[in-house]
Design a protein around this ligand. Sequence first.
Ligand SMILES: Cc1cc2nc3c(=O)[nH]c(=O)nc-3n(C[C@H](O)[C@H](O)[C@H](O)COP(=O)(O)O)c2cc1C
Length: 476
Amino acid sequence: MGSNPLDLRLWLSKVKEFGELREVLGADWNLELGAISELNVKRDVPPALLFDEIAGYPKGFRVLTCSTSSPARLSSILRLPIQKTHKGLVEVLRGKPAQWQANARNFDPVVVDASFENIQNPVDILKFPSPLWHELDGGRYIGTGCSVVTRDLDSDWVNVGTYRVQVFDRNHVCLDMVPGKHGRIHYEKHKKAGKRFPVAIVCGADPLAYLISGIEVPFGMCEWNYIGAILQQKVQTTLLEETGLPVPAASEIVLEGFVEPNDERTEGPFGEFHGYYPGKAGTAPVVTIEGVYYRNDPIIVGSPPAKPPNDYSYSKAVMRSALLMDALVAAGVPDVQAVWAHEIGGARMFNVVSIKQRYAGHARQAGHILSQCGVGAYMSRWSVVVDEDIDPSNLQEVMWAVATRTDPAIDIDIIQRGMGSKNDPMYVAYPYGAPLTSKAIVDACRPWDHLGEFPPVAEASKELQEKMRAKWKDLL
Ligand SMILES: Cc1cc2nc3c(=O)[nH]c(=O)nc-3n(C[C@H](O)[C@H](O)[C@H](O)COP(=O)(O)O)c2cc1C
């Protein structure tokens, strides 16, 4: 197993080497893992947390959280040179998602023999320390930083998506897949045809697995291929006995089963990425578990959503910023300097682009495309455009530009009836008959038609700042 590049333990040993792994002994699955992780992630550079000796469970049955919450860990997960700052990370990431996507077809996963050390008979998923993450959650969740594998009904397309997984009892879990998500599309087809729906749930693997199954990989593409393109090596998979679905051979814990026709029950509620609970719990498909496979001393990878910053808001901000940057360039917007999809908006609802203005209308063009491009349109609420002297990831600077470079009457464009979500906390107050929302594009660039007269910034020049930093380095 040690030579498998998707082996979580190999990655953990690297993280330990660069000093970002903390072991926590004796915490309780009942709210403590969740609260500790939530407090941890609000620190400047939060370490990854590996919980062991969890109350009521044998030593070795572990839970990992905060795996993607630092630039160093995220760059190592993406197999990029280790970066200590998010600016450095976004810089090395630029253009990579487009390359990975283009190369994915060359990396069909390979099939190897199964090597799980344990196969449960009879199955009992209560043996694993699934956390109750937050006080208002409707139950315990074994799947947050997980990867759910499904197959299309009328093609051989295998999809892998991160969808939360609630534990019901020793052999039933519930899957929350929002309409439009690829796994949900697979499920709806089976449901319509009255067929059992095969599902495999990878509850722990190298965080690269859930990082990629948790972003928008194109329709029809398998995430194992995409991951292969990142690793520059085909993913080694094992075909599960009952469903034939492929899961990484190095997985920590895998659940395998079927949704029986029309077996849907109340799921949740569970906190969402934007920091709120949806109005009320809804129904979702139930998976009857028929196979449970795990390694000795297995590790659940947890990544609970909560009010941002949360466990995965940093990785979402980095990944979506890189994807938005690529989308703007692909749409032909020139001189885009940087993009940042802010954690406070769950990397969806408050996005900023900086441009070097080249022509009249350039700023509006960038703002509208940021708001409406494929990767950005879902739940985009505020899209802000700033000049190149503003760092889009620095809220202080962004809001200074909004405060000082806008005339609200003409600098906020509103798009009506845009793409929203039932998960939007504002959904309750909206008058629409579907998940629609209005969207604001804020042009916080200096006005193009008055550039010449716009007052200069009262701040030491970059050169003077650097000179002072060098000369007065003990002071500054
Ligand atoms: C930790 C984490 C948890 C997530 N939970 C859910 C969820 O419960 N339901 C859902 O529909 N999407 C969830 N998402 C978002 C989806 O994983 C994401 O939209 C992904 O693109 C879905 O895969 P698909 O495009 O193949 O459908 C989550 C993402 C992450 C990173």
